[in-house]
Each structure stands twice: as structure tokens, then as C-alpha cells.
Design a protein around this ligand. Structure first.
Ligand SMILES: *[C@@H]1O[C@H](CO)[C@@H](O)[C@H](O)[C@H]1NC(C)=O
Ligand SMILES: *[C@@H]1O[C@H](CO)[C@@H](O)[C@H](O)[C@H]1NC(C)=O
Ligand SMILES: *[C@@H]1O[C@H](CO)[C@@H](O)[C@H](O)[C@H]1NC(C)=O
Ligand SMILES: *[C@@H]1O[C@H](CO)[C@@H](O)[C@H](O)[C@H]1NC(C)=O
Length: 187
């Protein structure tokens, strides 16, 4: 018994000595201004107003609660993404997903969507999610993955409000910076 205690004490001392000589684990660093790929696109959201069937690209799925700041309102969208900020300039991708409002005291949304690319330039998708605190000038959301030309991508998508027309139309600048870019290997 005593022998066992002595042995385990010895092992614990040895382990603590060893670990004290190991270098401290450091956070990995990445330069925010050096993405491996960067794409800037504009997102156009035209909320269905009850009559504009042909033009609307999104619809309210749940109504506001009485809590204020649209709290509880959820919108599902299939929105065009353009390279310059004119809606008429022609989509290069679609943003498909939803947002909802989740703060009483201020306008604060949460987004989860896929950017679907099917152009001559890109084929594939990027999946983006995160909080969108509207009072901030810029908001960073996570690019959590990708497929096709964006195989296994990760990065940051920075939102900036470009235009708001009442409740029916708004436009966001989405500055997508990828810090993980892969090419599918052979085999
Ligand atoms: C909805 O939008 C369409 C097209 O922009 C407009 O003609 C119509 O008057 C709007 N309807 C309502 C109820 O605001
Ligand atoms: C939606 O919510 C608003 C604010 O709470 C209310 O005024 C309106 O009547 C509701 N609309 C529907 C269709 O329930
Ligand atoms: C992608 O574009 C091609 C060529 O325009 C079309 O045939 C195909 O159906 C599209 N795929 C999707 C998923 O939209
Ligand atoms: C569609 O909606 C956009 C954004 O509100 C607006 O600029 C455009 O005039 C609308 N087009 C039609 C045909 O209603």
C-alpha cells in the first residue's frame, strides 16, 4: 500500500516536472487583412407586402410579438446577390435562408443562410451564420463551411447596411473573406 502511494507520488511529480518544461500553448494567429479569397457582393431583400408576388424575394413567416423591435419576427428569403449595388445588375448568386429578430431593446437579427453560386465563375456554396446587431456600422458573421469551389472553406462575412427603404427593401454589402481555402486533391 505504502509502496503504491510512493510510486504514484513519484509519477505525479515526474509528470508535473515534464509539463512545466513544455512550451505554453499559444493561440494561432491569422492576419485579418490577408484572406486567401475575398468576394464582395450585395444582398437585396424585398419583403412580400401582400401584393407584389412577382417582385418579392422574402416573406414574413412569423409576425412580430408585442415585445418591440420586431422581436420574434422571422423572414425566409431567396435573395439575389449582385456584384455592384444595383438590383438590376443581375444576380451572380442567391442567398437562401432566414433571419429573425431576437432583441427587445434594439433591432438585432440572427442570420443563417447559404450563398448558392451557379455561374461561370463559381459553382458551389458558402454557409454563413451569426448575429447581426443592426446599430453597429459593420457586423461580422461566421462562414462556417462551403462546398464545390468553396470546398471546406471558413472565414468571416462582414455586413454593412447599404440602403433601407421602410420595411419593404433593404440592401447589405457582404464582404466575404475566407481564411481557409482548399483545392480538392486527386485520388
Ligand atoms: C406592394 O409593392 C408593389 C410593388 O412595389 C406596389 O405596387 C404595391 O402598392 C404594394 N402594396 C402595398 C400593400 O403596399
Ligand atoms: C402582427 O403584429 C403586429 C404588432 O404586434 C400587430 O399590430 C398585427 O396586427 C399583427 N398581424 C397579424 C396578421 O397578426
Ligand atoms: C446551374 O446552371 C446551369 C446552367 O445554366 C443549369 O443547367 C443548372 O440547372 C443550374 N443548377 C442549379 C442548381 O440551379
Ligand atoms: C421591386 O422592388 C424593388 C425594391 O423595393 C423596387 O426598387 C422595384 O421598383 C420593384 N419592382 C417592381 C416591378 O415592383
Amino acid at each position: 500500500m505504502n509502496n503504491l502511494v510512493t510510486k504514484s507520488c513519484f509519477i505525479i511529480t515526474l509528470l508535473s516536472l515534464l509539463t512545466s518544461y513544455l512550451p505554453p500553448t499559444r493561440a494561432k494567429t491569422l492576419k485579418p487583412d490577408e484572406p486567401c479569397k475575398r468576394i464582395v457582393l450585395y444582398y437585396h431583400d424585398i419583403l412580400f407586402n401582400g401584393t407584389d408576388l412577382a417582385n418579392a424575394t422574402s416573406a414574413k413567416i412569423t409576425n412580430d410579438s408585442a415585445l418591440g423591435s420586431h422581436f420574434g419576427m422571422m423572414v425566409v428569403f431567396d435573395d439575389p446577390m449582385t456584384e455592384d449595388n444595383r438590383l438590376g445588375s443581375g444576380p451572380v448568386a442567391r442567398a437562401q435562408g432566414f433571419y429573425f429578430y431576437d432583441r427587445k431593446s434594439t433591432y438585432n437579427a440572427w442570420f443563417a443562410y447559404t450563398l448558392v453560386f451557379n455561374s461561370t465563375e463559381y459553382k458551389g456554396s458558402l454557409n454563413i451564420m451569426g448575429a447581426d446587431p443592426l446599430p453597429e456600422k459593420t457586423r461580422d458573421l461566421s462562414v462556417v463551411g462551403g462546398t464545390g469551389d468553396f470546398f471546406m472553406a471558413r472565414g468571416i462575412c462582414t455586413f454593412e447596411t447599404d440602403e433601407v427603404e421602410g420595411d419593404y427593401y433593404f440592401r447589405l454589402k457582404m464582404d466575404i473573406k475566407l481564411y481557409e481555402c482548399y483545392q480538392k486533391g486527386g485520388g
